[in-house]
Design a protein around this ligand. Structure first.
Ligand SMILES: CC(C)(COP(=O)(O)OP(=O)(O)OC[C@H]1O[C@@H](n2cnc3c(N)ncnc32)[C@H](O)[C@@H]1OP(=O)(O)O)[C@@H](O)C(=O)NCCC(=O)NCCS
Length: 175
């Protein structure tokens, strides 16, 4: 099956189609129509015959605050950031042909270019295909319960380091 993957920004002429695609598939529409989020986000779409068949989106953010922890820093005091995958979807009839894996690899390639320390995402235990992809790509698994109004939801935070941090502190004249 022929498909291409493109990195899109809101300036792309087909952007309204991506918004419609996200809404149609109930992919947290606010990730694609909230200006505050869009500014820090990166979007890859997969196309077949010029039609959107899949997409992935990540948000670049400091590591920590989303989990109510102060921003993590490296040994030089520089803030560590992560590419947090917020949406990941392949249309049902195009699944199990490697498109999802290819989209995840786009984020893994992009994240170090953006200076991110890690790529992270969360999914429910029921998301078997996502589970398979994350294991295949070498993500570490951190199981966690999310407290929802509807009850506890067991899931996994998937984390993969994509960049080494220079931990060598500069020696001072007094050393
Ligand atoms: C997750 C998703 C994006 C994967 O897309 P995809 O194009 O089918 O992914 P790939 O073809 O690259 O890989 C799918 C892998 O899952 C495996 N898989 C599929 N269904 C599975 C199941 N029920 N149990 C275990 N593994 C399964 C496939 O064998 C394949 O692994 P392999 O390459 O080692 O053989 C797609 O299934 C999807 O959109 N699901 C609904 C939304 C979702 O769950 N999003 C992610 C979590 S929020």
């Amino acid at each position: 099956m022929n498909y291409t993957i493109e990195k899109w920004t809101p300036n792309h002429p087909q952007w309204p189609q991506l918004v419609a695609f996200a809404q149609e598939h109930d992919l947290f529409a606010n990730i694609i129509d909230s200006p505050a989020l869009i500014a820090e986000s990166h979007y890859f779409t997969a196309l077949h015959n010029k039609q959107i068949i899949a997409f992935i989106m990540c948000l670049v953010q400091p590591i920590g605050p989303e989990m109510d922890v102060p921003e993590l820093v490296d040994p030089h005091g520089r803030m560590l950031t992560e590419a947090k995958i917020r949406a990941f979807f392949v249309e049902e009839r195009f699944r199990n042909q490697g498109i999802g894996t290819a989209l995840q690899k786009c984020i893994l390639d992009l994240a170090p270019q953006l200076g991110c320390f890690q790529v992270r995402s969360r999914s429910e235990l029921s998301k078997k295909a996502n589970y398979a992809i994350k294991l295949k790509l070498g993500f570490a698994a951190h199981p966690a319960i999310r407290k929802m109004r509807s009850g506890d939801s067991p899931g996994v935070y998937w984390v993969k380091n994509v960049q080494r941090v220079d931990s060598s502190l500069q020696s001072t004249a007094n050393d």
